[in-house]
Each structure stands twice: as structure tokens, then as C-alpha cells.
Design a protein around this ligand. Structure first.
Ligand SMILES: Nc1ncnc2c1ncn2[C@@H]1O[C@H](COP(=O)(O)OP(=O)(O)O)[C@@H](O)[C@H]1O
Ligand SMILES: Cc1ncc(COP(=O)(O)O)c(C=O)c1O
Ligand SMILES: [Mg+2]
Length: 290
């Protein structure tokens, strides 16, 4: 029997609703991965409500929890680490220490960094020191990097002029160390208004994917964490990077369709669970080159 992969997921938890781990853990479990959630913050709700209660985890807790897992002899079973929303740069550095510790135990373990940098206009609040940490330190250690357009712009230090420019910016990130860059959401001059577009860039090739843009009165939150989590889960389950990319686009689209049908602001993950595991839609990524 094939072994069930294990994934350490280090990102935010919200008591109500879905963002960070609260958007990613259940879908990753639903597709067949054992998830070890380590919550960087516990907030009452995501920050785009404009107010929240709760606390940021003390950074020293991250290596302490990793050591606790090592002490019971289980750290070598960790196949991958995912990091997303961080409460502080010190937490980020503690995660990189944890990644190094896990890779020393299991050199095959993969590290996916979702460089959540915040979006002040949308109300996604992340301290500036976290963005600086992601740009200067985390990208170099990541096997997979999953920026959205804003985050890709921050890495490149400029805005794109075209789709090919986005491709160039994502390819430039490969030189910093990652094996693959998944751009979760593209935005560039000339983009068709009725599509939601993504890019996958690897040393072997690059692919562009378009799915329909759905209308929401208020954009749902947590889609980034859902996207990076499902992508890593499918890679661990044995998909090629391209197959994991296409699966992720389809499963995320299914969740958004369910959410739209329910007229819900929060992602309808529980209702969409069978559609996550077995998406009915399929989007084919097309090769793209410079
Ligand atoms: N097919 C779609 N139609 C409409 N909105 C979408 C679709 N897919 C994703 N979204 C929304 O697009 C936005 C993507 O946000 P962005 O900041 O680029 O990424 P992230 O989710 O990482 O923060 C989110 O608000 C998400 O809810
Ligand atoms: C607590 C928390 N975690 C994570 C996120 C990131 O969400 P997404 O997955 O949409 O990037 C947000 C965005 O506001 C947030 O408030
Ligand atoms: Mg995001």
C-alpha cells in the first residue's frame, strides 16, 4: 500500500471562517495528505474584516514544536513544509531554522513558501518586516514559491508590461533557488477582463492557465492558502508539477463556484469537499515561452 504523505503546514489559523491553515488544512486532508498544522497566529477571523482578536505565536515556539516532534522520533516522516501568513519576521526566521532541521533529517523534504505580503487596499495586513524577510531570506530556501502578482512585483521591484514580462519576472525567481514558481494570480496590461490567469514556471518549462473569472460582491479570502496547499499536497501524492498545477486550478475553481452559489463571503470548503477531491471541471495549461 502506498504511504500517506505527511506535511507540516505553518500559517495562520482563524477561529471563524477560512484563511491560511483554516483554508488549507481540510482540503489537503481531503485529497489524502496527513497534515501537521502549526498555527503562526490564532485570530478570531481574517484581517480583511478590518478588526480581529487574538495573538501571534511566540517565535521560539516554532523550533520548540519541531523539536517536540523530533523527540518522539517522527520528524523524519515529514515530507514537506508549507509556510504562509506570518505574524512577524522572527517567526519567519524560526521557520527557516525548522526547515533546515527537517531537511537535515529528511533531505527529500520539500519546502513551499507562499510569500503572503499583504494588500493594504484589500485590507490584508502584514507587517513590512515580514515582506522584507520573504524577499531577502525565505525565497532562497524555498523549493516552491507561490506569489500572487503583487508579491511577484515586490520580488522583481517593478510592475509587468505584459504576460511575457510576468513570465520573465517569474523565471528570474528560479535563479534565486526555487525549483518552481507558481504565480497564483496574474495581472498585467492587456489581460482579458473575463479570465483568471496563473503561471507555472520550472526549469523544464513554463505553462499558462486561464479559468473563468467569477463575480463576487466581496472577493473571498483564503484562496491563496488553498491554492498553495493543494498544489503541494498533489505533488506529494505523486503528481507532476504540471498535473498538480492543473488539478489545483480545477479544485479551487470548484470551491469558488460553490461559494458563489451559496452567496457566501467565506469559502464553502465543507460543502465543496467532494468537488475538491474530484473536480468536475478541467483546465488545460498551455506551454508558454520567451
Ligand atoms: N475564478 C475566480 N474568479 C473570481 N475571483 C477569483 C477567482 N479565483 C480567485 N479569485 C479571487 O482572486 C483574488 C486573488 O487574490 P490575490 O491577492 O491575487 O491572491 P491571494 O489569494 O494569494 O491573496 C482573491 O480575492 C480570490 O478570492
Ligand atoms: C489571518 C490571515 N491569514 C491569511 C491571509 C491570506 O489569505 P489568502 O490565502 O487569500 O492569501 C489573510 C488575508 O487577509 C489573513 O487575514
Ligand atoms: Mg495571498
Amino acid at each position: 500500500m502506498k504511504r500517506t504523505p505527511h506535511l507540516l503546514a505553518i500559517q495562520s489559523h482563524v477561529v471563524f471562517g477560512h484563511a491560511g491553515n483554516s483554508a488549507a488544512v481540510f482540503p489537503m486532508q481531503r485529497v489524502g495528505v496527513n497534515v501537521w498544522p502549526l498555527n503562526t497566529v490564532q485570530f478570531s477571523n481574517h484581517t480583511q474584516y478590518g478588526q480581529w482578536a487574538g495573538e501571534v505565536l511566540a517565535p521560539q515556539q516554532i523550533p520548540a514544536l519541531v523539536e517536540g516532534i523530533a523527540a518522539i522520533g517522527e520528524l523524519g516522516n515529514c515530507d514537506a513544509i508549507l509556510s504562509g501568513y506570518l505574524g512577524s519576521a522572527a517567526q519567519g526566521r524560526a521557520i527557516l531554522t525548522g526547515v533546515a532541521r527537517i531537511k537535515a533529517t529528511n533531505p527529500k523534504a520539500l519546502y513551499l513558501c507562499d510569500p503572503v505580503m499583504g494588500h493594504p487596499e484589500k485590507g490584508c495586513i502584514v507587517p513590512q518586516e515580514v515582506s522584507d524577510f520573504l524577499l531577502d531570506e525565505a525565497a532562497a530556501m524555498a523549493d516552491f514559491l507561490c506569489p500572487n502578482q503583487l508579491e511577484l512585483d515586490s520580488f522583481a521591484g517593478r510592475k509587468p508590461q505584459s504576460l511575457f514580462d510576468c513570465l520573465g519576472m517569474a523565471k528570474a525567481l528560479l535563479a534565486r533557488g526555487p525549483k518552481a514558481v507558481l504565480v497564483k494570480h496574474l495581472d498585467y496590461p492587456g489581460k482579458l477582463p473575463d479570465g483568471f490567469e496563473m503561471l507555472l514556471v520550472t526549469a523544464e518549462g513554463s505553462w499558462h492557465l486561464r479559468r473563468p473569472l467569477l463575480a463576487f460582491p466581496r472577493q473571498p479570502v483564503g484562496v491563496g492558502g488553498l491554492t498553495s496547499g493543494l498544489f503541494l499536497a498533489r505533488v506529494l501524492l505523486g503528481d507532476s508539477l504540471l498535473a498538480a498545477f492543473e488539478f489545483t486550478a480545477a479544485a479551487v475553481h470548484e470551491v469558488l463556484l460553490e461559494t458563489q452559489a451559496c452567496a457566501s463571503y467565506e469559502l464553502e470548503l465543507v460543502r465543496a469537499q467532494d468537488r475538491i477531491a474530484h473536480p468536475r471541471v478541467r483546465f488545460e495549461a498551455t506551454p508558454i515561452g520567451l
